[in-house]
Design a binder for this molecule. Structure first.
Ligand SMILES: NC(=O)c1ccc[n+]([C@@H]2O[C@H](COP(=O)([O-])OP(=O)(O)OC[C@H]3O[C@@H](n4cnc5c(N)ncnc54)[C@H](O)[C@@H]3O)[C@@H](O)[C@H]2O)c1
Length: 432
């Protein structure tokens, strides 16, 4: 099939290259000239395991191409996926849909024959209705259909998630489009993915409801971890004991810093805002958002306590700054709250992240990037394990920091407290 992905970011690039790998002809379009130029030279603008090889393979066999020419790419394609960003509106809580509507306007000017227009971006309920209205201004109803097909891949596991999804959600009442999309996804359905056809609005809401529920699970276990710290209980025992209940499930029950990333923070706020538009109070999700926003401050207070409230000139190392491992994505990472706050209080901060230095910290006084774990932790007073990269799981701390006392605050519980404490190192973790 001939596909066009509009927006070549984490979702558009990964799903585009995976569709190409399944034998389709895919054009990935972006308005970012630099990104398209890099991709055309085989350079991948994001960190995603396994992506580079797949892009190069499919670019070479000519199933995958890159373009900045939206009009031409739409003309050459039968199925158009909208994969642009839907961030939080500046100064608000609802989703900023300006990228979606601007693309819809551009599409409306380029429809020459029947096209299936799909929102893969996460969009609030009724966005599909709005896109349809925009397209109808320039086109007849029989020239297009607007479908919702939300994406559930996770950064860091994106290729595997795309290839082996739990489910594929297609929101449309149009039988012909449903059949075409079922064919497009047949290779994944035959490997076990459940294909669900529902209404467009339901598909839009499924994505937000799923993200809000996962965010709730994380926030729930984080709050239980707070109670564990006060009652001398190991949160991991609670997670195991709860998770074995099949009605609950063990995933997303790991205590740690506030959830971050490009989806949960913005999507939880956006669903609350959508519900308010429809005069519905989502009080559970509201509490989740509040609790999560407080969490970075709560963990910061713990850092102050650990350091005896003396922050000035303390040498603090952050191991990992991205919101989770195996991604370079910094969007809404809790390190963006913690590092500036500690630096403002006079701490001298070094950080190491396997995906390199971050522009977000470039202009902060007393914050510097080190290009190895060793360099980042030598001389440190406090090492904060912020992200659960495998690179951090077996560090010989005593070998790197000699002749000096230091403390470890393991925000991801990746070390066994007994083992670290047996080395005479002061060690703190989350909920245990
Ligand atoms: N990142 C994830 O893990 C993930 C997972 C599931 C769903 N989503 C959703 O998918 C959507 C995209 O997320 P992302 O992380 O890939 O975003 P992103 O910011 O990485 O990529 C969006 C891309 O769209 C491009 N773009 C914007 N306007 C354009 C236009 N008019 N024409 C062409 N290109 C344009 C941007 O230049 C950018 O490269 C969002 O709605 C997000 O919520 C993201």
């Amino acid at each position: 099939m001939k596909l066009c992905m509009i927006g070549t970011g984490y979702v558009g690039l990964v799903s585009g290259v995976c569709f190409a790998d399944l034998g389709n002809d895919v054009i990935c379009v972006d308005k970012d000239l630099k990104k398209i130029d890099q991709l055309s030279k085989g350079k991948i603008p994001i960190f995603e395991p396994g992506l580079e090889e797949l892009v190069i393979k499919n670019f070479r066999n000519k199933r995958l191409s890159f373009s900045t020419d939206l009009k031409d790419s739409i003309k050459k394609s039968d199925i158009i996926f909208i994969c642009v960003g839907t961030p939080t509106k500046k100064g608000g809580a609802s989703a900023d849909l300006s990228q979606i509507y601007s693309v819809a306007k551009e599409i409306s000017l380029s429809i020459d024959k029947f096209k299936i227009i799909i929102t893969k971006s996460t969009v609030p309920v009724t966005t599909g209705d709005e896109i349809e209205k925009i397209l109808l201004k320039k086109n007849k109803q029989n020239k297009f259909t607007v479908v919702s097909n939300p994406e559930f891949l996770r950064e860091g596991e994106a290729i595997n998630d795309f290839r082996y999804p739990d489910r594929i959600v297609i929101g449309t009442n149009d039988k012909k489009s449903n059949k075409i999309l079922n064919n497009l996804y047949t290779p994944l359905i035959s490997k076990g993915a459940v294909y669900i056809n529902t209404s467009r609005r339901a598909a839009e809401l499924i994505k937000y409801a799923a993200n809000a529920f996962l965010a709730t699970k994380i926030t729930f276990i984080n709050e239980i971890a707070n109670l564990c710290e006060k009652t001398d209980i190991n949160i991991e025992d609670i997670s195991i004991g709860m998770g074995l209940d099949k009605r609950i499930g063990s995933r997303f029950l790991r205590a740690g810093p506030a959830y971050g990333g490009s989806c949960f923070p913005k999507d939880t706020k956006a669903i609350i805002s959508t519900a308010e538009k429809f005069k519905t109070n989502l009080s559970v999700i509201k509490s989740v958002v509040n609790s999560n926003e407080n969490r970075s401050h709560l963990l910061l207070n713990r850092v102050y306590q650990i350091l005896g409230k003396k922050i000035k000139n303390k040498k603090i190392t952050f191991l990992g700054v991205t919101f989770k491992a195996n991604t370079d994505d910094m969007r809404d990472s809790s390190s963006l709250v913690m590092i500036p706050s500690l630096a403002k209080k006079g701490a001298i901060i070094k950080y190491f992240d396997p995906t390199g230095h971050k522009k977000e910290f470039r202009n902060l006084k007393n914050v510097s990037f080190e290009n190895s774990i060793k360099k980042s932790i030598e001389n440190s007073d406090l090492i904060i394990i912020h992200t659960e990269w495998n690179d951090f799981r077996s560090i010989n701390f005593k070998k790197f920091i000699k002749g000096k006392k230091f403390i470890i605050y393991d925000m991801r519980n990746i070390y066994l407290p007994s083992k670290i404490k047996a080395q005479g190192i002061k060690y703190f973790s989350v909920g245990r």
